[in-house]
Design a protein around this ligand. Structure first.
Ligand SMILES: [Zn+2]
Length: 53
């Protein structure tokens, strides 16, 4: 999934644009881990609103 994703935090509903193939962890401003790299595709722990091309 090497695309940009529009995601929303399940806890505080903050919206962020992240890279779906990110190699570093993405943490929301509320402290919740939204995206965790697994070596291949990222493990996304939030709601995907939109996949951007
Ligand atoms: Zn949050």
């Amino acid at each position: 999934m090497s695309k940009f994703l529009s995601i929303e935090c399940n806890d505080c509903h903050n919206k962020m644009i992240v890279f779906g193939n990110a190699s570093s962890k993405v943490v929301c401003k509320c402290g919740k881990g939204l995206l965790t790299p697994t070596g291949g595709k990222a493990n996304i722990n939030s709601k995907i609103l939109e996949v951007l091309s």
